[in-house]
Design a protein around this ligand. Structure first.
Ligand SMILES: Nc1ncnc2c1ncn2[C@@H]1O[C@H](COP(=O)(O)OP(=O)(O)OP(=O)(O)O)[C@@H](O)[C@H]1O
Length: 332
């Protein structure tokens, strides 16, 4: 039992190192209260799926612990796992089963008796608008329909926690809207974790967001502070180093899809971040590039706010980790 049984999710120094070499998650401390809708953001390879799989006990942590409602989660905690409804980013369906048979099968795995399973699956089939296709083999369903089936499967045994990895992938705009409405409805009774690259979607439904970068938790807070028009989209960075290296770094940064413009002149880099993307993600990326090029940060201004001297010293001393921390303090 943890000290905080009231937390839906609690992790302590959660760490995962694959094959003894690849640090996918590093000392993540997270507390999620019941009823939270938490957005999980991060660039590819940031550690989102690793975190989610550890929360579900599908991976063994290299170090640290996971508790759900105060109970220790791990590979043998099958009963605890049933309290989570999971939508993986790339669901692997048994192709020859029909949608109805599949939902029935998932319900059975979740320990539901037939008496409650049948009405629940009929209701879900209607809710995700699969009535006309529920008797078709799964192999004939389109990507959008598979996404809906996956959502339905995660809800069948009425779990307290929902973990949805990229749930809107493959959905058309109407289906996306319906899904966001569904999340809003579910939010009153469930704890939801949503991995997504769509900050604008997360902003509509989440009350909190975390950002992972290279296995580190670099942001945990208000979802409103992540991207969007309310946020400063201009970052000014003064650099110390070789001019050629700076030009090469600026060129690389300018190619990021999330950046509208990266200008570099007289040792100062001016970066405009697209308003619809995760501001925290992009900045963490930029700082990594600068660190990889061994460029020193002399000054960092985010939307007119300047980092103080001690932060810059820290950043310079500690390379990329320090840069990330300096950034984190600026946005806090
Ligand atoms: N089974 C594995 N064996 C070895 N390395 C792995 C394994 N799974 C993930 N990794 C590595 O761990 C890091 C984190 O991966 P993870 O899949 O958790 O990131 P992610 O944020 O979910 O990425 P994406 O958005 O691309 O799905 C990556 O560098 C990845 O290559």
């Amino acid at each position: 039992m943890s000290d905080s049984p009231s937390m839906a999710i609690l992790t302590e120094s959660l760490t995962k190192i694959y094959h003894g070499t690849r640090i996918a998650l590093s000392c993540v401390d997270l507390q999620v209260e019941p009823g939270t809708v938490l957005g999980i953001l991060g660039p590819n390879g940031a550690g989102k799926t690793t975190l989610v799989r550890l929360l579900m006990g599908l991976h063994v942590a290299t170090a640290g612990r996971v508790y759900l409602f105060g109970e220790r989660m791990g590979p043998n905690a099958a009963a605890l796992r049933r309290r989570i409804g999971y939508v993986p980013a790339q669901p692997n369906f048994p192709q020859s089963m029909t949608a109805v048979d599949y939902l029935d099968f998932v319900g059975r795995l979740g320990g539901m008796p037939r008496k409650t399973r049948r009405p629940a699956l009929a209701k879900l089939i209607r809710a995700v608008d699969l009535q006309n296709l529920s008797g078709q083999p799964i192999s004939r369903l389109s990507t959008g329909l598979l996404a809906r089936l996956s959502l339905a499967a995660s809800l069948i045994n009425d779990p307290e926690i929902l973990v949805w990895d990229e749930p809107s992938m493959g959905l058309d705009p109407d289906a996306r809207r319906t899904m966001l409405e569904l999340i809003t409805n579910l939010a009153s009774s469930k704890t939801l974790l949503l991995c997504s690259h769509h900050v604008s979607e997360l902003k509509q439904v989440c009350d909190r967001a975390i950002v992972l970068h290279e296995g580190n938790l670099i942001y945990d807070g208000d979802v409103e502070s992540l991207g969007g028009s309310a946020n400063p989209s201009l970052v000014e960075i003064a650099l110390v180093g070789d001019r050629k290296t700076m030009t090469a770094a600026a060129k690389m940064i300018d190619e990021f899809d999330e950046i509208t413009r990266c200008k570099f002149a007289k040792g100062r880099m001016s970066i405009e971040i697209r308003p619809d993307v995760s501001y925290a993600n992009v900045l963490a990326h930029v700082l990594s590039v600068l660190s990889d090029h061994q460029l020193e940060l002399a000054e960092l201004q985010v939307g007119g706010q300047q980092a103080d001297g001690s932060l810059l010293e820290l950043a310079m001393e500690e390379g990329s980790r320090g840069l990330t921390r300096a950034y984190q303090s600026v946005v806090d």
